[in-house]
Design a protein around this ligand. Sequence first.
Ligand code: ADP
Length: 292
Amino acid sequence: MAAASAGTPAPDAGSGNAARVLSGSGERGGTPIVRLSGVGKRFDSGTLALAALDLEVGRHEFVSLLGPSGCGKSTALRIIAGLSTPSTGAVEWLDPAHAESRTDIGFVFQEPTLMPWATVFDNVRLPLRLQSGRRNGERRSDAQVRDDVRAALAMVGLEGFERAYPRELSGGMKMRVSIARALVTRPRLLLMDEPFAALDEITRFKLNNDLLELWRREAWTVVFVTHSVYESVYLSSRIMVMAARPGRVVAEHRIDAPYPRDEDFRTSARYNEYCRIVSHSLAAAMDASERQ
Ligand code: ADP
């Protein structure tokens, strides 16, 4: 099923149309950078993970893919990253910078997946080594590599931890290292696959705030996978609600609350109202999944 138009829940999403009513001054997507048209994925096992996904992501949007386990969120993200090929449909890069170079994409996985035997510095340096130390075809000097790694660590608030090992870090710090590793190549599109799902609530809130701050400051575009209504409403300018069997988008909500968002927003009536609407939408998506 195709996504409902902006701010209008799909007919079976069951959430009313308050998302459209609550208009405001949230970030709107700029020039489209990537378009998925009718993207489907059937694995060799026969599982139809994704059916005909249409999604356009604009520059500097913060788009969340929200849905129950198994609805194809990770599959969609991996297809955008080029880590998996679609069985049907097409992924079109509308921004030439992205079309030319996948180094413009950073990917953050659910698990930090750090090399335990390597220092924080060496973990963050890994993508630069995989690029043979080159940026835009030019070889980076050791000093540039060091500066890039330090800049990435500074972005996530881990200055001074270069020589620490993963075992010495908390869960939140490990995830910060993982984010720094995704940022070290200075991507403009960040793909995040439930990056904070395993963290306690306080750490998660803090990382949510830090991520939003970085997103605004660095003018990134983010596609964020989550199964948390509360997280998706707090972070996103747009939420795509997905259902399973097969994975598909069943509703789309614009979260038109202005940025910067902070704890006042998290405790506001407006935030609660958005959470209520999106929760209804997710419940309807889960019903739709069960009926398949
Ligand atoms: P989500 O991220 O929403 O939890 P996934 O994209 O991981 O969902 O998976 C969607 C469906 O595809 C699930 O039924 C999952 O079991 C299946 N799937 C994912 N990866 C593979 C794979 N490599 N081979 C076979 N089936 C897969």
